[in-house]
Ligand binder design. Structure first.
Ligand SMILES: Cc1ncc(COP(=O)(O)O)c(C=O)c1O
Length: 484
């Protein structure tokens, strides 16, 4: 059983001993109101013990360096180790966020060049790196849309989101003070144009869309959708969570989108999934540019780099400092090391891998796990576990848990919501054919086993550090700190 680091604590043990103070002591440097009556209780532990403790903990969780992680919509691609070396360079890792711009020219240049590269990838000319996640990029997009309409003296009240949308889309719309209006999905998996036309009027501020969408389907009507929205003066927002399918091949700006967010931690590689730092920069068209967050990283006429605070129509700051700089460094390294051709090849391979895996699963498991929208997919695809539940008596959740015993991370389950017993599978471009085959065979093996004895999958997992968890309980009644 794992014991906490506090339980391992023994009075007097140390992992680090600070050197003797060699400057004058000033007990009043910290104002009284910030001081505690007693020192906080910290674990006292030796360096080898602390290293072992965290190394052991790190092996208890499933991670992408350990095995296949086809978590749909999350783009769990390999994170090249080169990026870690670059991010760890002292000039990057030790840079203080309050360093004066004149003394942080290299960092500002990196951020400015990243903005230029991202603008080219999106096909939209202006980028802000500030938002710290895709969802914060969405919030920025909704606030920008509001500022854009209000600058024209218009107050609109509704934002449209498709019924396939990720939960953050409607949540963001609500946070931004708009009413959410759902748009239906057509038989081919794209936006239902008739429903869209019926819901669009001049009280609609924007439509938020991801293309390809969360069914893994590219919406072929995207230009018509853009025209419908622009005809009523609304903006078209691109949720870039699925950019990995089209990066280097097609640009949201060319499709008619006005505002785009990128999930740097997905498409442009970062270790993510445990709540670690991310980045959700946004790109916008000329008409939205005046409202971008403040400050903007700029290159001045003399070739130096700086922060521009002089933006009177800006929606303001979205966070402290400029963003998660280490994330910028890794994504910059990724873009430069692959180049334009490499980025396109990454998307091509992501789409090829997804179609290969979809075909293998259709071949081996199609009777019980049919493809929900059976057409050429983009970088991910959705299976429905409805027939499996009926014929074999196991649910998608049971299959997902049993996959852990086969050393695979489960795909995303029960999303998108409109597919019964959904499994959303995104293999990414960095997996080999052998891995994809092994996964398809693993799923087939679980179905065979369930045909003989469904209780095995229902009780899974068996070979993990903890057995089946009460996930609803963990979400609804979280106990996030140890009582001391
Ligand atoms: C389609 C889609 N949109 C938005 C988001 C939100 O992105 P983030 O997790 O970076 O806030 C996600 C995250 O998984 C997503 O899959």
């Amino acid at each position: 059983m794992t014991v906490t680091i506090f339980e391992k604590s023994v009075e007097g043990r140390r992992a680090f001993v600070a050197p003797e103070l060699d400057v004058p002591r000033d007990d009043d440097a910290l104002p009284e109101r910030f001081r505690r009556a007693e020192a906080p209780r910290l674990p006292e532990i030796s360096e080898p013990e602390i290293v072992r403790h965290y190394t052991q903990l790190s092996t208890k969780n499933f991670h992408v360096d350990q095995g296949f992680y086809p978590l749909g919509s999350c783009t769990m691609k390999h994170n090249p180790k080169l990026h870690e070396r670059v991010a760890a360079l002292p000039g990057h890792a030790r840079l203080h966020p309050l360093q004066a711009p004149a003394r942080a020219q290299g960092a500002l240049q990196l951020m400015w060049e990243l903005q230029v590269a991202l603008a080219e990838i999106a096909g939209l000319p202006h980028v802000s790196l500030q938002p710290s996640a895709g969802s914060q990029g969405e919030l920025a997009g909704v606030l920008l849309t509001r500022a854009f309409h209000e600058a024209q003296g218009k107050h609109r009240h509704k934002v449209l989101t498709p019924d396939t949308a990720h939960g953050t889309n409607p949540a963001t719309v609500t946070m931004g003070g708009y009413e959410v209006v759902k748009v239906g999905t057509a038989d081919d998996g794209g936006v239902d144009l008739e429903d869209l036309r019926a819901k669009v009027d001049d009280d609609v501020a924007s439509l938020m869309l991801t293309n390809p969408n969360t069914l893994g389907v590219f919406d072929r009507n995207i230009e018509e959708i853009a025209t419908i929205m622009h005809d009523v003066g609304a903006t078209l927002y691109y949720d870039g969570a699925n950019l990995n399918a089209v990066m280097g091949r097609a640009r949201p700006g060319d499709m008619g989108f006005d505002i785009v967010h990128y999930n740097l931690h997905k498409t442009f590689t970062q270790p993510h999934g445990g709540g670690g730092p991310g980045a959700g920069p946004i790109a916008v068209s000329d008409r939205i540019e005046p409202f971008l967050p403040r400050p903007q990283v700029v290159r001045r006429e003399d070739g130096s780099y700086g922060l521009d605070f002089d933006r009177p129509q800006s929606i303001g700051r979205l966070r402290g400092f400029q963003g998660n700089f280490g994330v910028f460094v890794r994504s910059y390294a990724y873009i430069l090391s692959l180049g334009a051709d490499g980025l396109a090849e990454a998307s091509d391979t992501a789409v090829l891998n997804a179609n290969y895996l979809m075909a293998r699963l259709r071949e081996l498991c199609g009777e019980h796990l049919p493809v929900a929208f059976d057409r050429t997919c983009m970088h991910e695809f959705v299976l429905t576990g409805g027939p499996m539940k009926k014929a074999l008596g196991i649910r998608t959740l049971d299959l997902a848990k049993r996959l852990l015993d086969h050393d695979f991370h489960p795909p995303t389950v029960y999303f998108p919501l409109l597919v019964d017993e959904a499994l959303l599978i995104e293999p990414t471009e960095t997996e080999t054919r052998e891995t994809l085959d092994a996964f398809a065979e693993g799923v087939a093996e679980i179905l065979r086993e369930a045909a003989e004895d469904p209780s095995i999958a229902r009780g899974a997992p068996y070979d993990t550090p903890v057995r089946r968890l009460d996930e609803a309980g963990a979400a609804k009644r979280p106990v996030v700190r140890q009582a001391l």
